[in-house]
Ligand binder design. Sequence first.
Ligand code: IPE
Ligand code: IPE
Ligand code: MG
Length: 247
Amino acid sequence: MTLEEKIDKNRLPKHLAVIMDGNGRWAKKKGLFRSKGHENGSKAVREIVEACAKLPVPYLTLYAFSTENWNRPKLEVETLMKLLVSSLKKEIDTLLDNDIRLNAIGSLDSLPKKAHSELMYVMERTKDNSQMTLTLALSYGSREEITKTIKEISLKVKNNLISPSDIDETMINNHLYTRDLPDVDLLIRTSGEHRISNFLLWQIAYAELYFTETLWPDFRKEHLFEAILNYQNRERRFGKTSEQLYP
Ligand code: IPE
Ligand code: IPE
Ligand code: MG
Protein backbone atom coordinates (compact mmCIF):
# COMPACT_ATOMS: atom_id res chain seq x y z
CA MET A 1 0.00 0.00 0.00
CA THR A 2 1.42 3.39 -0.94
CA LEU A 3 1.34 6.34 1.44
CA GLU A 4 -1.32 7.91 -0.75
CA GLU A 5 -3.54 4.83 -0.54
CA LYS A 6 -3.32 4.90 3.26
CA ILE A 7 -4.97 8.34 3.34
CA ASP A 8 -8.62 8.34 4.40
CA LYS A 9 -10.30 10.43 1.71
CA ASN A 10 -13.23 11.14 4.03
CA ARG A 11 -11.03 12.85 6.59
CA LEU A 12 -8.85 15.12 4.51
CA PRO A 13 -8.03 18.56 5.90
CA LYS A 14 -10.39 21.05 4.34
CA HIS A 15 -7.85 23.85 4.68
CA LEU A 16 -4.13 23.14 4.59
CA ALA A 17 -1.68 26.00 5.17
CA VAL A 18 2.05 25.75 4.57
CA ILE A 19 4.98 27.86 5.75
CA MET A 20 7.39 27.06 2.93
CA ASP A 21 10.72 27.59 4.67
CA GLY A 22 14.34 26.61 4.06
CA ASN A 23 15.04 27.74 0.49
CA GLY A 24 18.14 29.69 1.54
CA ARG A 25 19.61 26.85 3.59
CA TRP A 26 18.91 24.38 0.79
CA ALA A 27 20.95 26.53 -1.60
CA LYS A 28 23.73 27.12 0.92
CA LYS A 29 24.12 23.38 1.50
CA LYS A 30 24.68 22.95 -2.22
CA GLY A 31 27.02 25.93 -2.52
CA LEU A 32 24.49 27.85 -4.62
CA PHE A 33 23.07 31.37 -4.43
CA ARG A 34 19.91 31.80 -2.35
CA SER A 35 18.01 32.60 -5.54
CA LYS A 36 18.55 28.99 -6.70
CA GLY A 37 16.86 27.87 -3.49
CA HIS A 38 13.84 30.02 -4.29
CA GLU A 39 13.75 28.73 -7.87
CA ASN A 40 13.74 25.14 -6.69
CA GLY A 41 11.20 26.07 -4.04
CA SER A 42 8.82 27.11 -6.79
CA LYS A 43 9.17 23.64 -8.35
CA ALA A 44 8.07 22.11 -5.06
CA VAL A 45 5.09 24.48 -5.11
CA ARG A 46 3.89 23.03 -8.40
CA GLU A 47 4.10 19.42 -7.16
CA ILE A 48 2.29 20.16 -3.90
CA VAL A 49 -0.41 22.25 -5.56
CA GLU A 50 -1.14 19.46 -8.04
CA ALA A 51 -1.14 16.78 -5.35
CA CYS A 52 -3.53 18.78 -3.14
CA ALA A 53 -5.92 19.44 -6.01
CA LYS A 54 -5.94 15.74 -6.81
CA LEU A 55 -6.63 14.50 -3.26
CA PRO A 56 -8.60 16.89 -3.06
CA VAL A 57 -7.75 19.41 -0.38
CA PRO A 58 -10.28 22.15 -1.18
CA TYR A 59 -8.27 25.03 0.31
CA LEU A 60 -4.50 25.33 0.18
CA THR A 61 -2.78 28.45 1.50
CA LEU A 62 0.93 29.02 0.93
CA TYR A 63 3.05 31.56 2.82
CA ALA A 64 5.14 32.98 0.00
CA PHE A 65 6.27 36.39 1.31
CA SER A 66 5.77 37.95 4.74
CA THR A 67 5.52 41.61 5.71
CA GLU A 68 8.87 41.06 7.47
CA ASN A 69 10.47 39.68 4.31
CA TRP A 70 10.55 43.25 2.92
CA ASN A 71 13.50 43.72 5.28
CA ARG A 72 15.66 41.25 3.34
CA PRO A 73 18.44 42.57 1.06
CA LYS A 74 16.97 44.54 -1.84
CA LEU A 75 18.37 42.13 -4.40
CA GLU A 76 16.73 39.12 -2.78
CA VAL A 77 13.37 40.92 -2.59
CA GLU A 78 13.67 41.79 -6.28
CA THR A 79 14.54 38.18 -7.14
CA LEU A 80 11.51 36.91 -5.22
CA MET A 81 9.19 39.38 -6.93
CA LYS A 82 10.56 38.45 -10.36
CA LEU A 83 10.13 34.79 -9.52
CA LEU A 84 6.53 35.48 -8.54
CA VAL A 85 5.83 37.06 -11.92
CA SER A 86 7.52 34.28 -13.89
CA SER A 87 5.81 31.54 -11.85
CA LEU A 88 2.40 33.13 -12.37
CA LYS A 89 3.03 33.29 -16.12
CA LYS A 90 4.35 29.73 -16.22
CA GLU A 91 1.76 28.12 -13.97
CA ILE A 92 -1.46 29.62 -15.27
CA ASP A 93 -1.95 26.51 -17.42
CA THR A 94 -1.40 24.23 -14.42
CA LEU A 95 -4.13 26.15 -12.62
CA LEU A 96 -6.52 26.01 -15.57
CA ASP A 97 -5.82 22.31 -16.26
CA ASN A 98 -6.44 21.37 -12.63
CA ASP A 99 -9.52 23.57 -12.12
CA ILE A 100 -7.75 25.65 -9.45
CA ARG A 101 -8.84 29.14 -8.46
CA LEU A 102 -6.04 31.50 -7.47
CA ASN A 103 -6.60 33.80 -4.52
CA ALA A 104 -4.23 36.08 -2.59
CA ILE A 105 -4.08 37.52 0.93
CA GLY A 106 -1.88 40.27 2.33
CA SER A 107 -1.28 43.95 1.73
CA LEU A 108 -1.21 43.36 -2.01
CA ASP A 109 -0.94 47.06 -2.80
CA SER A 110 2.66 46.94 -1.53
CA LEU A 111 3.66 44.53 -4.29
CA PRO A 112 5.54 45.93 -7.31
CA LYS A 113 3.16 46.95 -10.08
CA LYS A 114 4.11 44.09 -12.38
CA ALA A 115 3.65 41.42 -9.73
CA HIS A 116 0.36 42.99 -8.68
CA SER A 117 -1.07 43.14 -12.18
CA GLU A 118 0.04 39.60 -13.10
CA LEU A 119 -1.54 38.33 -9.89
CA MET A 120 -4.81 40.11 -10.64
CA TYR A 121 -4.78 38.73 -14.17
CA VAL A 122 -4.34 35.11 -13.07
CA MET A 123 -6.94 35.52 -10.32
CA GLU A 124 -9.42 36.86 -12.84
CA ARG A 125 -8.67 34.10 -15.38
CA THR A 126 -9.16 31.35 -12.77
CA LYS A 127 -12.04 32.84 -10.81
CA ASP A 128 -14.63 30.27 -11.96
CA ASN A 129 -12.48 27.23 -11.13
CA SER A 130 -13.78 25.13 -8.29
CA GLN A 131 -11.69 22.03 -7.58
CA MET A 132 -9.42 23.91 -5.17
CA THR A 133 -8.78 27.45 -3.95
CA LEU A 134 -5.06 28.15 -3.88
CA THR A 135 -4.31 31.19 -1.74
CA LEU A 136 -0.91 32.87 -1.88
CA ALA A 137 0.01 34.88 1.20
CA LEU A 138 1.99 37.77 -0.25
CA SER A 139 3.24 40.68 1.76
CA TYR A 140 1.15 38.98 4.41
CA GLY A 141 1.44 39.54 8.15
CA SER A 142 -1.16 38.42 10.64
CA ARG A 143 -0.65 41.47 12.86
CA GLU A 144 -1.12 43.79 9.91
CA GLU A 145 -4.31 41.92 9.01
CA ILE A 146 -5.68 42.12 12.54
CA THR A 147 -4.73 45.81 12.86
CA LYS A 148 -6.52 46.58 9.60
CA THR A 149 -9.57 44.68 10.83
CA ILE A 150 -9.68 46.63 14.10
CA LYS A 151 -9.41 49.92 12.21
CA GLU A 152 -12.27 49.01 9.86
CA ILE A 153 -14.56 47.86 12.65
CA SER A 154 -13.75 50.91 14.80
CA LEU A 155 -14.66 53.15 11.91
CA LYS A 156 -18.04 51.45 11.59
CA VAL A 157 -18.65 52.00 15.30
CA LYS A 158 -17.59 55.63 15.01
CA ASN A 159 -20.00 56.17 12.11
CA ASN A 160 -22.81 54.53 14.09
CA LEU A 161 -23.16 51.72 11.57
CA ILE A 162 -22.70 49.15 14.33
CA SER A 163 -22.45 49.23 18.12
CA PRO A 164 -19.61 47.60 20.10
CA SER A 165 -22.00 44.87 21.26
CA ASP A 166 -22.44 43.79 17.63
CA ILE A 167 -18.77 42.81 17.44
CA ASP A 168 -18.40 39.05 17.54
CA GLU A 169 -16.06 36.42 16.12
CA THR A 170 -18.04 36.18 12.90
CA MET A 171 -17.73 39.91 12.30
CA ILE A 172 -14.01 39.82 12.93
CA ASN A 173 -13.66 36.84 10.59
CA ASN A 174 -15.55 38.74 7.92
CA HIS A 175 -13.02 41.57 7.99
CA LEU A 176 -9.92 39.39 7.64
CA TYR A 177 -8.23 38.77 4.27
CA THR A 178 -9.28 35.15 4.75
CA ARG A 179 -12.99 35.95 5.02
CA ASP A 180 -13.86 33.45 2.28
CA LEU A 181 -11.73 30.63 3.67
CA PRO A 182 -12.56 28.11 6.38
CA ASP A 183 -10.36 27.84 9.50
CA VAL A 184 -7.04 26.10 8.98
CA ASP A 185 -7.13 22.37 9.82
CA LEU A 186 -3.48 21.54 9.30
CA LEU A 187 -0.45 23.83 9.28
CA ILE A 188 2.84 22.47 7.95
CA ARG A 189 6.18 24.23 8.41
CA THR A 190 9.26 22.88 6.71
CA SER A 191 12.98 23.32 7.51
CA GLY A 192 12.92 22.45 11.21
CA GLU A 193 11.88 25.86 12.54
CA HIS A 194 9.20 25.67 15.22
CA ARG A 195 7.54 29.03 14.92
CA ILE A 196 4.60 30.71 13.23
CA SER A 197 6.37 33.85 11.93
CA ASN A 198 3.26 36.04 11.87
CA PHE A 199 1.16 33.65 9.74
CA LEU A 200 -2.64 33.31 10.17
CA LEU A 201 -2.61 33.79 13.95
CA TRP A 202 -6.40 34.04 14.24
CA GLN A 203 -7.12 31.32 11.69
CA ILE A 204 -4.91 28.62 13.27
CA ALA A 205 -6.63 28.78 16.66
CA TYR A 206 -7.50 25.06 16.39
CA ALA A 207 -5.20 23.93 13.59
CA GLU A 208 -3.05 20.84 14.00
CA LEU A 209 0.61 21.82 13.69
CA TYR A 210 3.12 19.68 11.80
CA PHE A 211 6.82 20.44 11.67
CA THR A 212 9.32 18.68 9.45
CA GLU A 213 13.08 18.97 9.02
CA THR A 214 12.73 18.69 5.23
CA LEU A 215 13.75 21.89 3.47
CA TRP A 216 11.05 23.33 1.22
CA PRO A 217 12.81 22.68 -2.15
CA ASP A 218 13.07 18.98 -1.16
CA PHE A 219 9.41 18.74 -0.13
CA ARG A 220 7.60 16.20 -2.35
CA LYS A 221 4.17 14.57 -2.52
CA GLU A 222 5.33 11.79 -0.20
CA HIS A 223 6.19 14.34 2.49
CA LEU A 224 2.74 15.86 2.07
CA PHE A 225 1.08 12.44 2.36
CA GLU A 226 3.10 11.72 5.52
CA ALA A 227 1.90 14.99 7.04
CA ILE A 228 -1.71 14.23 6.17
CA LEU A 229 -1.48 10.70 7.59
CA ASN A 230 0.00 12.11 10.76
CA TYR A 231 -2.90 14.59 10.92
CA GLN A 232 -5.42 11.80 10.45
CA ASN A 233 -4.00 9.96 13.46
CA ARG A 234 -4.71 12.85 15.79
CA GLU A 235 -7.79 13.37 17.91
CA ARG A 236 -9.15 16.89 17.46
CA ARG A 237 -11.10 17.53 20.63
CA PHE A 238 -11.87 21.25 20.33
CA GLY A 239 -11.94 21.52 24.10
CA LYS A 240 -14.17 18.52 24.69
CA THR A 241 -13.23 15.20 26.29
CA SER A 242 -12.40 12.12 24.28
CA GLU A 243 -15.47 10.39 25.75
CA GLN A 244 -17.74 13.15 24.47
CA LEU A 245 -16.40 12.66 20.96
CA TYR A 246 -16.77 8.88 20.98
CA PRO A 247 -19.64 8.05 23.35
C1 IPE B 1 11.51 30.57 2.53
O1 IPE B 1 12.86 30.25 2.54
C2 IPE B 1 11.15 31.53 1.44
C3 IPE B 1 10.82 32.89 1.90
C4 IPE B 1 10.78 33.28 3.13
C5 IPE B 1 10.51 33.87 0.88
P1 IPE B 1 13.94 31.19 3.20
O2 IPE B 1 14.42 32.16 2.20
O3 IPE B 1 13.43 31.77 4.46
O4 IPE B 1 15.09 30.13 3.52
P2 IPE B 1 15.98 30.06 4.84
O5 IPE B 1 15.06 30.05 6.00
O6 IPE B 1 16.87 31.25 4.83
O7 IPE B 1 16.72 28.78 4.70
C1 IPE C 1 8.37 32.80 6.97
O1 IPE C 1 9.67 32.41 6.74
C2 IPE C 1 7.83 33.48 5.76
C3 IPE C 1 7.68 32.65 4.58
C4 IPE C 1 7.86 31.36 4.50
C5 IPE C 1 7.25 33.33 3.40
P1 IPE C 1 10.91 33.28 7.25
O2 IPE C 1 12.13 32.51 6.90
O3 IPE C 1 10.80 34.66 6.74
O4 IPE C 1 10.66 33.29 8.81
P2 IPE C 1 11.67 33.54 10.01
O5 IPE C 1 12.35 34.83 9.77
O6 IPE C 1 12.63 32.40 10.02
O7 IPE C 1 10.81 33.54 11.25
MG1 MG D 1 13.40 31.15 6.36
